[in-house]
Design a protein around this ligand. Structure first.
Ligand code: SF4
Length: 420
């Protein structure tokens, strides 16, 4: 049953134990359920990446995970040991399926009465879901692309199109998809795990007798009917409930006041590449006496949230000094890029350097682009037509070709990089 969803031949999502061999060395992906990480752990990963040499780097992904790039061939085992020591490898069998994205601003924005109890309790749900996932041997058969989501009233996670996700309704009632049912808070985790098991069964059924060259069933939307029958089976006679569709909530950058009166901070990490100095600054910004204990949230938008600031006045200047961007109007909030050269052998350009030059000049697009990007537009730079890491929704598509960049408007489903 499990193998139907994770085909070991085609599903090559890297992890901490199975690395992808990129043009600039090994690439390990470390799952951070809910984007949660202690400051000391983030610093330790940055130090490890630095020890790999000039190609070593910590990168933030579009699902709020981390990647270590440039891992030398002889250090894969050491990397796995270190990641396990840091508590980031609780299950060798499930490491690549611990894909849980949670709304990173839950409990940190809105009003004390409007945020809701559900918003502030996501961390507990994340941990319970992760434990339940890792405790089920069958769920190790999910593909590395299957995504769980836990939303808040912002709808931020729904926009990432998870496969199985929950969003608050009211008074500790939750909507859970893809079945589209309403359950009480204590039932959310069980409902999500049941959805994943149902998906594995549906994927296995759809795979029986299918042509070997058929499209792999990695996600709910890959099912032949797009998941319609799965949703009906998951409802099991319960009434279908309309999915909450709140207006988009804020994604603050800089310093802001939390509903409880304290202050939180967030900084953009340009192109998701986090230096040791940046990691140390974020760890030190928290209220905890020991920076190693600072709870941080890595967002799917290449930023890091410090939920409780020790010294709000120093956050912005310290972030700038560390190479982070704490400006709410920064273009870096709207620019993404694939690995490009030298990380990817398929790349026709160093898209990250070119994107950085454009942003430094106050642009989203190459200087030659005939039309400026519309106000508020996003842009994604790709080293080839594969467009790895492209964002959800509409964006300005900048693709390197043999004769330079092509620039046009595009839209796409969210997709974590699948090739490097
Ligand atoms: S789009 Fe993907 S395959 Fe193409 S250059 Fe970028 S990372 Fe490589």
């Amino acid at each position: 049953m499990a193998a139907a969803a994770r085909d070991p031949v085609t599903d090559r999502c890297p992890g901490a134990l199975v690395l992808h061999e990129a043009a600039d060395g090994g690439l390990a992906r470390i799952r951070l359920p809910g984007g949660l990480i202690a400051g000391g752990t983030l610093v330790a990963l940055a130090e490890l990446a630095e020890s790999f040499g000039p190609r070593g780097a910590v990168e933030l992904t579009s699902r709020g995970n981390l990647q270590l790039r440039g891992v030398p061939a002889g250090r894969h085992l050491e990397l796995a040991d270190r990641v396990a020591e840091l508590g980031l490898l609780p299950s060798a069998t499930h490491e690549r399926v611990r894909n849980i994205v949670a709304a990173p601003f839950a409990g940190l924005v809105g009003t004390a009465s409007g945020g809701g109890a559900a918003d502030s309790s996501l961390d507990g749900l994340v941990r319970a879901l992760d434990l339940g996932l890792c405790a089920d041997p069958d769920l190790a058969g999910l593909s590395g692309r299957f995504l769980f989501g836990l939303d808040d009233a912002s709808g931020a996670v729904a926009a990432l199109a998870p496969d199985a996700w929950a969003a608050p309704l009211a008074a500790d009632r939750w909507w859970v998809g893809p079945g589209g049912v309403a359950v009480d808070g204590p039932a959310v985790v069980a409902e999500l795990l049941a959805a994943a098991r149902g998906f594995l069964r549906a994927a296995a059924d759809a795979t029986v007798g299918a042509a070997p060259a058929g499209h792999p069933i990695w996600r709910v939307r890959d099912l032949p009917d797009g998941g319609v029958a799965l949703a009906a089976a998951l409802r099991a006679g319960r009434p279908a409930v309309a999915r909450p569709e709140p207006p988009p909530g804020p994604r603050p950058v800089g310093v802001w006041r939390r509903p409880d009166g304290g202050q939180a901070g967030a900084a953009l990490v340009p192109l998701g590449r986090l230096s040791r100095a940046g990691a140390e600054m974020l760890a030190a910004a928290g209220q905890d006496v020991d920076p190693a204990q600072t709870s941080l949230r890595v967002t799917p938008w290449r930023s890091v949230v410090v939920p409780r600031l020790a010294d709000p006045a120093s956050f912005v200047p310290a972030a700038r000094r560390a190479g982070l961007d704490p400006e709410s109007q920064s273009l870096w909030a709207r620019v993404t890029a694939c690995a490009g050269r030298p990380g990817c052998a398929s790349a026709l350009a160093d898209v990250r350097a070119d994107a950085a030059h454009a942003v430094a000049a106050g642009r989203l697009t190459p200087a030659f682009a005939a039309r400026p990007a519309p106000p508020g537009a996003r842009a994604h730079w790709s080293g080839c037509a594969r467009r790895c890491g492209r964002p959800a929704g509409s964006y300005v598509d900048i693709v390197a070709g043999p004769d330079g960049y092509l620039v046009h408007a595009a839209g796409a489903e969210p997709k974590e990089s699948s090739r490097w």
